[in-house]
Design a protein around this ligand. Structure first.
Ligand code: PBG
Length: 326
């Protein structure tokens, strides 16, 4: 590679999807790096997942739904068209391809799910048969466990689109991640934030992932080292611990975003605490684990321990109908 590519004054190129939330997140990192004195540029990349949200999209026959929001971004990273990808961590698969690494995990925002609804201020005040707009298998199962009488409607698209569909009356309420609404300052209809013990968030929810080429797959070793060093100050070790534990639990249960699994790890009173839930798709059966670990615990061991507890309580039986549904 030319020395021009290696020149630290060359901008760090951030790749991001073009949704409002993705742009907020990418700009958040861009400004942090600019404040630290780096020259940074943003490149917007359209992904298969974005195209799928357009009306009239016909899915290709080989589409498996995995990583549809990151494929084109990782290609740009691999080819050196961008240096850094900013993602919502929960949209990343638990295992990255060896070419890539999570070089930094910044401090997590509010990890909880929230209830978005104007007339009914909490899930328990929604009238019988109320229509909730969510396609997430985790949210559907967890909501049914609390309120077996509700119905669901397909409300897809980015946060703005979903809020507009709520306003238009296509559903009575939404359940969304607090982090997205907080970032976009769209919290006017948020009246309830679910406790993680009640509606356990998706592994990694509320956290960002700063993905780069892994050291072994550098395009130019000096420049790639420069990039990883530049973002190192954004690393938040407590968040890294929590997401390592949560993603380990998900992985041990065979997980991806289509499984009804919640996992949430946090540091409190000098200890690590973790809560995880597996719910049958109809909401009728649930296994839940709440555990604590000492300050010096290992996140992978904690995540595996939680997965083992869930399995010993029958979690895999609850997931069976989901695994065989394909
Ligand atoms: N699946 C889409 C997605 N990916 C990340 C967020 C919100 C931000 C976050 O969790 O970090 C959302 C929207 C939502 O679930 O409400």
């Amino acid at each position: 590679m030319s020395s021009e590519h290696n020149n630290p004054r060359n901008p760090i190129r951030i790749g991001s999807r073009g949704s409002q939330l993705a742009l907020w997140q990418a700009n958040h990192i861009l400004y942090a790096l600019r404040d630290a004195g780096y020259h940074v540029e943003l490149e917007i990349i359209r992904t298969t997942g974005d195209r799928m949200q357009q009306p009239g999209f016909v899915p290709p026959p080989n589409l498996d739904g995995k990583g549809i929001f990151i494929k084109e971004i990782e290609e740009a990273l691999e080819e050196g068209r961008i240096d850094l990808a900013v993602h919502s961590l929960k949209d990343l698969p638990t295992k990255l391809a060896p070419q890539f690494t999570l070089a930094a995990i910044p401090k997590r925002a509010d990890a909880r799910d929230v209830w978005v609804c104007e007339p009914y201020w909490a899930l328990h005040t929604l009238p019988t048969g109320g229509r909730i707009g969510t396609t997430s298998p985790r949210r559907r199962a967890q909501i049914l466990a609390l309120r077996p009488d509700v119905t669901f409607v397909e409300v897809r698209g980015n946060i703005d689109t979903r809020l507009r569909k709520l306003e238009q009356g296509q559903c009575d309420a939404l359940v969304l991640a607090a982090a997205g609404l907080d970032r976009l300052k769209r919290t006017e209809s948020v009246h309830q934030r679910f406790s993680p013990c009640e509606l356990c968030p998706a592994p990694g929810q509320g956290a960002l992932a700063l993905e780069t080429r892994s050291p072994e797959h550098a395009i130019d070793e000096d420049r790639d080292t420069y990039i990883r060093n530049a973002i190192a100050f954004l690393e938040h070790p407590y968040t890294r611990f929590a997401i390592d534990a949560e993603r380990t639990t998900l992985d041990a249960l065979g997980g991806g975003c289509s499984l009804p699994i919640g996992a949430h790890c946090f540091h409190e009173e000098g200890k690590w605490k973790m809560v995880a839930q597996v719910v049958s798709p109809d909401g009728e059966s649930m296994v839940q684990v709440e555990t604590e670990a000492t300050n010096d615990a290992n996140p992978i061991a904690l995540g595996n321990c939680v997965a083992d507890d869930l399995k010993s309580k029958g979690a895999l039986d609850l997931l069976n109908p989901v695994f065989s549904a394909d």
